[in-house]
Write a protein that binds this ligand. Sequence first.
Ligand code: DGY
Length: 342
Amino acid sequence: MSSTILITRQLPESVLERLGAACQYRIGVVSGSITREALLTGLDGVEGLICQLTDRIDEAVIEAGSKLRIIANVAVGYNNIDVEAATRRGIHVTNTPDVLTDATADLTWALILSVTRRIVEADAFLRAGRFDGWDFEMLLGSGLTGKTLGLIGYGRIGRAVARRAAGFGVNVQYCSREDVAFRDDPRYQSRAVPSSPLASPINQSAHFDGLAARHVSFYELVESADIVSLHTPLAPTTRHLIDRETFRRMKPGSYLINTARGPIVDESALVEALDAGHLAGAGLDVFEDEPRVHPGLLQRQNVVLLPHIGSATLETRTAMARLAVDNVMDWIAGRMPRNKVN
Ligand code: DGY
């Protein structure tokens, strides 16, 4: 008898056709998010789950899926899934890396340009009928040439953002996940051998795809970057990584960009740093408590706010759906799912 898969939210027809040839599937909702009740009852008799980052797959949900063998998230981030609980029950968990790297890196640059050149503010200014002729000092922004971009997290997306920096004449510094996790441990700062093959020792340059990016410690990065951009997963070591103390250490007049996960930033501390004029602006695609946005951000002109659209191109979302289905089809065919994370 063929396997049954629950797909929490409708995926493109072309992708579903392939899956339909290999198994039976049910769809939770056509748009929006499946309710918790529908998720819990929908898991009855189901071996595979294809879910979205808005679906909270906690221990209770995993327990409700007594036959569950694979959970395929249609996202690269999988902080919505209790991976430990799944692993304890021998359930594969997969994500969708690579296919969204370029779209997310492009959007990061869209935010960098939007905040530094005041694009959204300028558009609103014109639409409000306030453009009554060119003026020498109208809507002056901040130039990028010669500035320093600090990337917190230097995985696929961080490196794709770095590659694009060369075209803007921007210097790149980065710190890795390890630099973040051990940022307050003095022994780690003086280590001789980097633990990641992509990381050079601190204060040396890593060459990747012909690109020179300087590897610095977390604190050196926040203290010297003109733009700090976040590209690290949400984990216990990164929750509120950008807090009051980090903002205090950030360069006056610098910008914060977040296309990773909202809870990496303490939003109240961000609002304080903006109110104090310490930060020049912020570009945010993700929020601490989505879809809620801190009211102190909504009123600000120097903040660009996007509704979590980092990977939102037709091509990318189709590729993400296809990859999630490929992982399930790997499992159906008795192979190891290609993007297993546990
Ligand atoms: C992800 O995949 O984790 C993004 O946040 C949405 O594409």
